[in-house]
Design a protein around this ligand. Structure first.
Ligand code: ACO
Length: 388
């Protein structure tokens, strides 16, 4: 086969750069113009005007809900907000400082073992499964976080919305309307993003016709890498490093000299500013109003400016991405950096489930080729004759 591929002069797309592997009607990342659409709507518009449940419905079901559909969807989501005691016990058994995404990956796989099994039609079952996983994810994450912080686990409250509950279960306080809206917008902005690594993973795993728990758990594994979902936490670490170096320019000189990367900058698809970063920056400003000295905002803005100047000198089109400002927003919501990458999962879980549902409507096993570059037809040497 390798010879065949070579003979056909087949290009190898390492990292699948610019490779189109399937169609989707869920989201479109227009990297050239810095735009992101969910089912045709600009993400900024959705963030400004809608709630978590409304946009989750849009992605899962294909169109915006009417009031009756939204009420019923929200009610069903709340009914599914009780995490099995067994899952909580598994989380309690994990080492206290297990990374939240590693714990979530474990919990989602375990949740699959507690699923009562199909009750409805294939379509109903898939949507029901998706809603169960979406409802459970913030509860599991909040439990992981509270264990990490040495605090007692809180159950979801029936009188709170999805975003309110998430913040309540994390911090132990019913959030203000401003904080609730900020969390809701943050979740909406990160719900879907074309065939990013974790979504591709979810689809590749789901294409074997395995269950939704296995596919979403694998997607969490993909998200946990620093090149994908881990950057928001590392941006906050970068702020601490800048402090140690004394100023931004010395820090950047050191970073560039050793070929390091600035976390929260760069993107495979965007050749313009990531539109989600713009909304996050605005959110941060709103949440920081009244703060006498928002030092982190000033430092981040200066890092972005100085880094952009250096990238321009090298003719590189590298801009801030969604993770650049998000950590500073979460800090203002009273959340510790250890959870930042996992908040991404609480949002992206909606996209992963939507993609699995979409794929199932016309499934095809994902099975790419590789070009083999090793030897062939080697004679087998018995162990007693090796390394002589
Ligand atoms: N800082 C410094 N240089 C960078 C950065 C950065 N953040 N991003 C890209 N570059 C440089 C690379 O060093 C490389 O330079 P070279 O051609 O001289 O070797 C060039 O730009 C291309 O970089 P790649 O890593 O090949 O670009 P790719 O499209 O594969 O990378 C990625 C995208 C992985 C996001 C990259 O920009 C990066 O590592 N950024 C930092 C991590 C980050 O913020 N991740 C979150 C991404 S958004 C998300 O997944 C939620």
């Amino acid at each position: 086969m390798a010879q065949d591929l070579l003979a056909q002069n087949q290009p190898i797309r390492r990292g699948m750069d610019d490779l189109v592997v399937d169609t989707t009607a869920i989201s479109w990342v227009d990297g050239q113009h810095g735009r992101l659409f969910y089912r045709g709507y600009r993400v900024e518009d959705l963030g400004k005007n809608a709630g978590f449940e409304e946009i989750a419905y849009l992605l899962l079901c294909g169109s915006l809900p009417n009031q009756q559909q939204l009420t019923s969807f929200t009610w069903r989501l709340r009914q599914l907000s009780h995490t099995p005691e067994k899952i909580i016990r598994i989380l309690q058994e994990l080492p206290r400082h297990t990374a939240p995404l590693a714990a979530l990956q474990t919990a989602l796989a375990a949740l699959g073992c507690t699923d009562p099994g199909p009750k409805y039609s294939e379509e109903e079952t898939l949507l029901g499964l998706a809603m169960r996983i979406i409802a459970q994810t913030p509860i599991i994450l909040a439990a992981i976080y509270r264990l990490n912080q040495g605090a007692s686990i809180l159950a979801a409250r029936e009188d709170l919305s999805h975003a309110e509950n998430f913040l309540y279960m994390l911090t132990g306080k019913v959030p203000s309307p401003q904080h609730t809206r900020a969390m809701e917008i943050a979740l909406i902005l990160q719900m879907d993003h074309g065939f990013n690594s974790s979504t591709f993973t979810a689809r590749a795993v789901a294409s074997t016709l395995t269950n939704m728990y296995a596919a979403t758990s694998a997607a969490v594994g993909a998200l946990s890498g620093p090149l994908h979902g881990g950057a928001s936490e590392q941006v906050v670490e970068m702020l601490a490093e800048v402090e140690e170096w004394g100023d931004v320019d010395s820090y950047l000189n050191h970073l560039f000299a050793r070929g390091g990367k600035i976390m929260g900058m760069g993107h495979r698809v965007y050749k313009q500013t990531d539109p989600r970063a713009v909304v996050f920056e605005g959110l941060l400003e709103e949440l920081s109003r009244g703060e006498r000295e928002a030092k982190d905002i000033k430092t981040l803005a200066y890092i972005a400016e100085r880094a952009r100047a250096r990238f321009s000198e090298r003719q590189q089109s590298i801009h801030v991405n969604v993770d650049f400002w998000s950590g500073a927003v979460y800090r203002r919501l009273g959340i510790q950096p250890v959870l930042f990458p996992a908040i991404f999962a609480a949002a992206r879980i909606v996209g992963w489930c939507s993609h699995i549902i979409e794929l199932r409507q016309n499934n095809r096993l994902y099975r790419p080729l590789s070009m083999y570059t090793g030897p062939v037809d080697l004679p087998f040497i018995p162990i007693k004759d090796r390394n002589k």
